[in-house]
Ligand binder design. Structure first.
Ligand code: HSE
Length: 444
């Protein structure tokens, strides 16, 4: 038996800026699940107006269901529009339009991680001033409700750390390198052929996209301002198949992780290729999938897994924000969930630690002369910097080869110490090539 809704409020009116892949997904899911969404939100959520420079494409998607305009400002200026959804991307015109929409008193929903990671402080302050909401569930890990989990589901916890595979393109590339033995260039070509990587995949492979998302998670996990410029960002372009193989022999997989961690002296915020024990669930997240692990003091470790991109997974997150805003539309701003999880007056300015102060473990690969005393000299340097060795692997060198690969896993140490030890090891005449250093996290 279905119960009647208490009243029959008019639909909430949404203006869409940009109707590309995610915009189309949002329109279609809202249409398809209209009844279910209304039952949850308490009123219909209707895309009333769409702005897109490609008018023909926009009209082909929305038909007669919504007004289509080329000028985004016409949407923002429309007094009937309650929520503006920004799906343009980038930090240029998108920033201007989001600020204009907020100034016009509209709530904003965006999937734009770059915009919020770089200009978040300005945007959240503008929203607060106007008493409106900025929803950004779609900006991190696509369809995975990680923002909701961090902001609400885990709200009892003192979050200790968050680590995630938050870029599908690079995870696909790493999976191909491991499972098919491809080198980085070949795997990137595959990703491009399948439409995962952009034609200009720099943001993906250099770790920038993951750092945008890690920055947002750090802000809501710890109640600090968004500080993308303080993040350490290292991509996967230099990664070699040989290291993926050696890591596997030692029981590890290499993943591009976005990590943010609470330490006594401050916060760590970093993106880099990372060895993870192959037995961890997150190590087995393959292809373009995303996953985030959150460790809270009360709940322990929790894992969130799903599609981090794509039309409908991302639309799922956009619409979740639309429903939240619809439910709270009439609520006093003080009674809403704060966008950054912590009350604005309770935000803290905890410093992001420089990379030299980060504590992590390491995988090192040295190409060394295969002669007496070389290993002793290297382990002596590590001991001199108080770096403890966890495991050592040496490739059996071929007849007359005269050199070999030496793989060392260390226990946790301070990055600055490792930098100093590496410089000393690199200067040895018996170290024959640049040393490969990859960070390692147990995530236990
Ligand atoms: N380029 C991103 C990825 C898309 O590969 O995950 C989703 O943000």
């Amino acid at each position: 038996m279905s119960l009647p809704l208490d009243s029959n409020p008019p639909p909430i009116q949404v203006g869409l800026l940009g109707i590309g892949t995610v915009g189309r997904g949002t329109f279609e899911v809202l249409q398809r699940n209209r009844g279910e969404i209304r039952r949850r939100a308490g009123r219909e959520i209707r895309i009333a107006c769409v702005a897109d420079l490609d008018l023909a494409r926009a009209r082909a998607i929305v038909g007669e269901q919504a007004r289509v305009v080329a000028d985004a400002r016409a949407v923002i200026a429309d007094p009937a529009i309650d929520i503006v959804v920004e799906l343009i991307g980038g930090t240029g015109i998108a920033r201007t339009l989001v600020l204009e929409a907020l100034a016009a008193g509209k709530h904003v929903v965006t999937a734009n991680k770059a915009l919020l990671a770089v200009h978040g402080s300005e945007i959240f302050a503008a929203a607060r001033e106007q008493g409106v909401v900025v929803g950004f569930e779609a900006a991190v890990a696509g369809g995975i409700p990680i923002i909701k989990a961090l902001r609400e589901g885990l709200t009892a916890n003192r979050i200790e750390w968050v680590a995630g595979i938050i870029n599908g393109t690079t995870n696909f590339i790493l999976s191909e390198m491991r499972s098919k033995g491809l080198d980085f260039g070949q795997a990137l070509q595959q990703a491009q052929a399948l439409g995962y990587a952009e034609a200009d995949p720099r943001f993906d492979i250099e770790g920038i996209d993951a750092a945008h998302k890690a920055t947002l998670m750090s802000a809501i996990a710890f109640g600090v301002p968004v500080q993308f410029d303080r993040a350490w960002v290292e991509g996967i372009a230099a990664l070699q198949t040989a290291d993926i193989r050696y890591a596997e022999q030692l029981g590890y997989r290499i993943k591009l992780l976005g990590i943010t961690k609470r330490r006594e002296q401050g916060l760590e915020l970093r993106v880099h290729p990372t060895l993870v024990p192959a037995t961890r669930l997150i190590a087995n997240v393959e292809g373009a999938m995303n996953a985030v692990v959150v460790h809270g003091d009360a709940v322990g470790t929790t894992l969130y897994y799903g599609k981090g991109a794509g039309a409908e997974p991302t639309a799922s997150a956009v619409i979740a924000d639309l429903v939240d805003i619809t439910r709270l539309h009439a609520a006093d701003p003080a009674h809403r969930v704060p966008p950054l999880a912590f009350q604005p007056g309770a935000m803290q300015d905890i410093p992001i630690l420089p990379m030299a102060e980060v504590v992590t473990a390491y995988y090192l690969r040295l190409v060394v002369a295969d002669k007496a005393g070389v290993l002793a000299r290297i382990t002596g340097i590590l001991a001199g910097h108080e770096i403890s060795i966890d495991a050592v692997l040496q490739r059996e060198s071929g007849d007359g080869e005269g050199q070999t690969d030496l793989i060392i896993l260390t226990h946790d140490t301070v990055e600055g110490r490792m930098d100093a030890a590496l410089a000393q090891m690199q200067a040895l005449p018996t170290v024959l090539a640049p040393i490969v250093r990859i960070r390692k996290e147990e995530l236990s």
